[in-house]
Design a protein around this ligand. Sequence first.
Ligand SMILES: Cc1cc2nc3c(=O)[nH]c(=O)nc-3n(C[C@H](O)[C@H](O)[C@H](O)COP(=O)(O)OP(=O)(O)OC[C@H]3O[C@@H](n4cnc5c(N)ncnc54)[C@H](O)[C@@H]3O)c2cc1C
Length: 485
Amino acid sequence: MRSPKEYKESLKRMRPNVYKFGELIEDVTTHPATRRTVEGHAKLFWAAMSERWGELFSKESSLIGERVSRYLTLIKTPEDMVANCRMKRAAFNLTGTCTGGRCVGWNAINAMWATAYEMARDGVEWGEEYSRRLMEWLIWAQKEDITLSGALTDPKGDRTKGPGGQKDPLSYLKIVEKDDEGITVRGAKIMIAGVAAANYIFVLPGRGMREGEEDYAVSFVVPRDEEGITCVEARHPSDLREMEEGWDNPVERGGITQSYVLFDDVRIPWERVFMAGEVKYSGRAVMNFIRMYRASIGGCVAGQGDLMAASSVLIARANGLQEKAFRAELAKMVVNNETTFAVGVAASLLGEQHPSGIWLPSTLLSNVNKVHVGTLPYETKRLAQEIAGGIAETGCMPSFKDLQDERYGELLRRYLSGATDPEIRIKLARFIEWLTVGGGIPGTMHGGGSPGGARMMLLRSYPMGEYIERVRELLELDRLPGEDE
Ligand SMILES: Cc1cc2nc3c(=O)[nH]c(=O)nc-3n(C[C@H](O)[C@H](O)[C@H](O)COP(=O)(O)OP(=O)(O)OC[C@H]3O[C@@H](n4cnc5c(N)ncnc54)[C@H](O)[C@@H]3O)c2cc1C
């Protein structure tokens, strides 16, 4: 497995192709706009080698029989899925926010493993070939310990239409050429987490495609710095603070970024293509992805919620109060954290073995969790702000620079001291601001898909008909409303 240093060196060796504010970032490991997300991902490499976290962040590979990063393993048992939930919680605990440059790619590997198996099983022309390629590539990836982000294809255009019905034919990533060596793709992936910190991108379909949309049913893996790929970093709250000195951006070794990835006629050799036109299986790939992702994301938000609860306790103390003044609020925060975590664990345990060997969590509970994940953390953020006071709610404090000013800095610090050293109180308030309205927000509402889609899916998998029969029996009804007389 790579050390954090080796991981950063691998990023330094890549062709610079990440931009922000119109500037090409020559070295993502040192540039202020990207270095924190790199540091966050580097922490995962540290964790995999540490005594405290090693067992959780690494696992013996079922393919090569050696210990490898868990982020590159096949999820084959309920225990593997529970470890996924636990590891994501720990990753948020360790970095303060999302490290999506590894986990989405991991999920994509497993989703496509199951989908490629289905294609092979059903006798699809290239099915067995897709499975073989994915296995060989994964063995290589495990040995190299690459960082792999994941992209469900975008940008979607008119949401009511598939790729075939769009005005712009590049509303979804498209195969524009196929030849003996491979495929050429054009289009974009917008809003992808942690790409600046990734070595490779795993692409898979973003929705079920129909006949006639074969050019959009595509899955492959590509180096992030491949010729023709340009990444433009998205803005996020307070991102100019990342360029400044001091604690206004409170976390030095963690942060998340998102990119818009532009594919301008990018060549992908067949050895790294896992779907190219099999529309019937594009929806399966998405479904397989969703089941795993929406279960484990409950661990992510619980992990950030842990930090919100703990920093709320600390700022209450810094304000001269005791946490018992906020017992109800803290209890609610803990309930929220444990709810998303527990529903994710339950979804993991109540899943089923896919014939490919992959363990797929319960569709119903994964989608229930996605709705909680799009709801409960917002309540937790509100409570953290309520406990902390106005200095955290909007970060209502002068800048680090003003607090150092020779003319008035000392006075400002004096009036910000509360019941403790002002620097500690200010840092805690900035941290709560960062977690609740600032750059630490991971995107829990839409990451992994919108709650609206999850509601639709959970209603589809809920056995409502069975429960209606229970009501019929209990009330001894001859007919139900809507049934013909
Ligand atoms: C911080 C962040 C990180 C992300 N990271 C990644 C990543 O690493 N990899 C990746 O692949 N993606 C990533 N995404 C993208 C994410 O998966 C999408 O944001 C998500 O799928 C929702 O899509 P959307 O944003 O286009 O919203 P939309 O699809 O536009 O949805 C907006 C609203 O419209 C509703 N809606 C949409 N379509 C319909 C319809 N046909 N009928 C009725 N209602 C509809 C939705 O339910 C939702 O309420 C990330 C997003 C964010 C914000």
